[in-house]
Design a protein around this ligand. Structure first.
Ligand code: AMP
Ligand code: MN
Length: 274
């Protein structure tokens, strides 16, 4: 799940409190490129009696593609995180300036960067904050339209950055005691054969597994990915990727059901005291 530490709508404590209301028992906070929400979430999780899994969703690169790598069960105090987070923050800040410059060349107002920064607050700035800024400025009438026309893959605001290589992301997650899990494999617009290549490259690189149960994935794809997990001897994970109560296509703790013994939650139950 995501909080205001990155592009989520709820503060870490609010998120955990709502999760408790929804009877969620296991919650991983996985903000994009930041651990800033983890302490607050952990305190509230203890208060609410929820098992808290400290996490992060790292933006990284595989050849020319941008990927999201989840770190689940990381130690936020691991010393390497400070520099790694600072590096990602610099990249996001530089990228935001470029995005703003490009959007100004379209129909965005001059203060688009300031508006996006306001939406990001003290959290990591990203394209969703620009989507909100474009909506607020009346350039588009929904955040989805902002992605469709300006921010989505291949559009003017889809600015690439020199994200760390996926091997670096795997390394820091595992060095800090976490499981390195590829987030939402079907959301990178790859053909299935390319995706298979990616999954075996990740297995080769020592990643622990990949997500298979998340909003938007079909049961057919779940089956295909499960097969790959067996072949590659990797673990699988599920999550709601929850960002915002107003996004009706994702619900707190809601994701497609997956029946398998490979599931990471079993690992957390059995060999990870939380
Ligand atoms: P960033 O990390 O700044 O590149 O922003 C990536 C985030 O933007 C993703 O985690 C999604 O939450 C959101 N996003 C990306 N593409 C779309 C899209 N086509 N429509 C809506 N949201 C999107
Ligand atoms: Mn993601």
């Amino acid at each position: 799940m995501h909080s205001t530490a990155s592009d989520g709508a709820l503060s870490p404590a609010e998120l955990v409190a709502r999760a408790a209301e929804a009877s969620i028992r296991y919650l991983a906070l996985t903000d994009h490129d930041t651990l800033a929400g983890l302490n607050e979430a952990r305190v509230e999780a203890v208060r609410q009696g929820i098992q808290f899994i400290p996490g992060v969703e790292l933006t990284c690169r595989w050849h020319k593609r941008t990927l999201h790598l989840l770190g689940l069960g990381i130690d936020p105090e691991y010393e390497g995180w400070r520099e790694y987070e600072a590096r990602l923050q610099r990249l996001r800040e530089q990228r935001a300036e470029t995005i703003a410059f490009k959007l100004r060349g379209k129909r965005a107002p001059d203060d688009i960067l300031e508006r996006a920064r306001t939406h990001a607050g003290r959290g990591q700035i990203g394209r969703p904050h620009f989507a909100r800024a474009l909506l607020e400025a009346g350039v588009v009438s929904t955040e989805n339209e902002a992605f469709d026309r300006y921010l989505g893959q291949g559009k003017v605001g889809d600015v690439k950055a020199e994200w760390p290589d996926v091997a670096e992301a795997i390394a820091i997650v595992q060095a800090s005691g976490g499981k390195a899990i590829l987030a939402h494999p079907t959301k990178y617009r790859m053909t299935f054969s390319r995706l298979r290549l990616l999954l075996s490259a990740l297995a080769e690189a020592g990643a622990d597994g990949f997500e298979i149960g998340y909003p938007g994935i079909s049961q057919d794809y779940i089956r295909l990915l499960l097969k790959q997990a067996e072949v590659l001897d990797m673990q699988v994970s599920s999550g709601s990727d929850f960002h915002n109560p107003e996004h009706h296509w994702t619900g707190l703790g809601r994701f497609p059901r997956v029946e398998t013994s490979r599931h990471l939650i079993h690992q957390f139950y059995t060999d990870m005291p939380l």
